[in-house]
Design a protein around this ligand. Structure first.
Ligand code: 0WD
Length: 258
């Protein structure tokens, strides 16, 4: 069933109340899940803690985890193990690319910008999966969900290096699904339609992307954090126990058009 009562999930990537990770947090919390939050830098801590406190949770666990730092990742997940023993799932909602490389021609991407986008937006999922396996942290039947975007499947104007990083993330989802399938852990991606968040602001011409979606998507509208959250809830639940290595589009059907 859809209840996550008695289960524990790690949520990575809440920046503010518009974050997709926050939509996922609300859906999982309503279903009775215990949540643990990780945040990127000190700047984020207060915000994340405030948001976490606003949920109906018995205790709020909020830990730092800069996803570019393997030592910090290991420390954070060891802390999680010490605090809760085991987890049942993880939502990875993290991405970054230099703003100047999310506009104009893709071929202007620098080596450093390419590496940075891939390190934060793609390798980070593998780094976390690796630590989860090493620590034997996730229960059988566990579920890992990451966030991807159409720009990794086809050309989306200005998405550039982030599209290439999402393609790498999508491929990682399949290989990780194969590796972690041995432990009965599932790995899937949600491909969300464009949502106005802090990260999305950095993408050139984002308003045009929103407008085109409203015009052309079969449902003729945008999607919300809550809709992505509810799909994540499904993927975390036993109802999705036969699904792994998959990408589910939560985009009002836009990817099927044109
Ligand atoms: O239209 C959109 N908003 C879509 C977003 C459509 C489809 C997919 N996505 C994806 C994004 O690519 C990302 O993977 O959803 C995920 C979440 O993005 P979001 O909710 O749109 O954006 P935001 O609220 O800004 O959260 C992304 C967070 C960061 O926020 P800041 O503003 O600090 O960049 O990713 C985290 C951070 O919390 N993050 C990091 N976390 C750990 N270590 C790091 C890092 N080094 N860098 C960024």
């Amino acid at each position: 069933n859809l209840s996550l009562e008695g289960k524990t999930y790690v949520i990575m990537g809440v920046a503010n109340k518009r974050s997709i990770a926050w939509g996922i947090s609300q859906s999982l919390s309503k279903a009775g899940a215990k949540l643990i939050f990780t945040y990127a830098g000190e700047r984020m801590e207060k915000n994340v803690r405030q948001l976490a406190d606003s949920l109906d949770q018995e205790e709020t666990i909020v830990l730092p985890c800069d996803i570019t730092d393997d030592v910090e990742i290991e420390k954070t997940f060891q802390d999680i193990k010490d605090k809760v023993g085991h987890i049942d799932g993880l939502a990875h909602c993290i991405a970054f690319a230099n703003k100047e490389e999310l506009d104009g021609d893709y071929l202007n991407t620098t080596r450093d910008g390419f590496m940075l986008a891939h390190s934060i937006s793609s390798y980070s999922l593998t780094a976390v999966a690796k630590v989860i396996r090493e620590l034997d942290l996730m229960n059988e039947g566990g579920s890992i969900v990451t966030m991807t975007y159409l720009g990794g499947e086809r050309i989306v104007k200005n998405y550039n290096v982030m599209g290439v990083a999402k393609a790498s993330l999508d491929a990682s989802v399949q290989y990780l699904a194969n590796d972690l399938g041995k432990d009965s852990i599932r790995v899937n991606a949600i491909s969300a339609g464009p949502i106005r968040t802090l990260s999305a602001k950095g993408i050139g011409g984002f308003n045009d992307v929103l407008q085109e979606m409203e015009e052309k998507a079969p449902l003729n509208r945008l999607v919300t954090q809550e809709e992505v959250g509810d799909t994540a809830l499904f993927l975390m639940s036993d109802l999705a126990r036969g699904i792994t290595g998959e990408t589910i589009h939560v985009d009002a059907g836009y990817n099927k058009v044109g």
